[in-house]
Design a protein around this ligand. Structure first.
Ligand code: FES
Length: 282
């Protein structure tokens, strides 16, 4: 969505908080809508993998990925409490106001993957940006071949979007595999890093005609990439979304640059082949 030439692209629009859902420690999902219903409709044309800038009045602004799919009716963010802005968001109550501008960035080109197998690999809160792609793919199920979801967390309490995980585990035509580093709270599922799921009996990750989406902490990312390359994936068929501190979000300030790339407009979605060329040290 690009703004008309006369519109101030930095001007956020007022949003109203509807409800808050706790996901894991210090991570909550905030359901909200724009005060102006026309803004709401325009915003909902976003693509999976895009991001938005969230403003807390008198505190500041921060970037956040968009976990809903545009095929869903609701708008929401899932945000970890890490600084003054995110803490201010976490203190809001239903009915309170804040502001949003966006959506920004390239997003995942989900149409380019029509007719392909999709493999999603998410470590911890890396499932936040991938949730949008997964829900989008399931809504357009007949456009894709096999769909596999691999999600790992340190403990069972840190698995993200548990109701969605249960739903995906029950969805015909979808394989959803979970793992934790430490089996606490009566966990009797797989224990080990997320890549250990690839070698589980009965798991067959298709390599031909497949796009692999990988998001998670750097150490997990490195190991999963190594596993996928060893399996035979080509670098251009592995996609991820880069985290950078976006300030303007529209290619003006240079805050997000890696080499010649502006992550806010050229990304945040890149293939692993592109990430390597950028020299990004993940
Ligand atoms: S955040 Fe300003 S140029 Fe990317």
């Amino acid at each position: 969505m690009s703004a008309p030439a006369t519109e101030n692209v930095y001007l956020p629009k007022t949003a109203v908080l509807e409800r808050v859902v706790s996901e894991i420690a210090e991570v909550k999902t905030f359901y909200w809508h724009f005060e102006d219903s026309a803004e709401q409709e325009a915003f909902r044309q976003f693509r999976p993998g895009q991001f938005a800038q969230v403003s807390l009045f008198g505190v500041g602004e921060f970037p956040t990925s968009l976990p809903p799919s545009p095929t869903e009716g609701e708008t929401f963010f899932t945000v970890r409490q890490v600084g003054s802005c995110t803490s201010a968001l976490h203190r809001l109550q239903p009915g309170d106001k804040f502001a949003v501008r966006g959506p920004y960035g390239n997003g995942f080109p989900m149409e380019d993957y029509y007719g392909k197998n999709l493999v999603f690999v998410a470590g911890g809160i890396g499932l936040i940006p991938l949730r949008s792609c997964i829900v989008y793919a399931l809504k357009n199920r007949n456009k894709y071949k096999s769909i596999q979801i691999f999600h790992g967390a340190k403990t069972p309490k840190e698995l993200m979007y548990v109701p969605n995980l249960h739903e995906w585990e029950q969805t015909p035509g979808v394989e959803c595999y979970l793992t934790v580093d430490r089996a606490t709270d009566g966990w009797n599922g797989n224990v080990g890093v997320v890549g250990s799921l690839f070698k589980k009996p009965g798991v067959q990750v298709p390599v031909e005609n497949t796009t692999a989406f990988v998001c998670g902490p750097p150490v997990m990312f490195r190991f999963v990439i190594k596993d996928l390359l060893e399996m035979g994936f080509s670098e251009k068929n592995i996609v991820s979304t880069l985290e950078r501190y976006m300030k303007c979000g529209v290619g003006k300030c240079g805050h997000c640059c890696i080499g010649v790339a502006y992550v806010c407009v050229d990304g945040p979605v890149f293939t692993y082949e592109q990430i390597k060329k950028l020299g990004e040290d993940i």
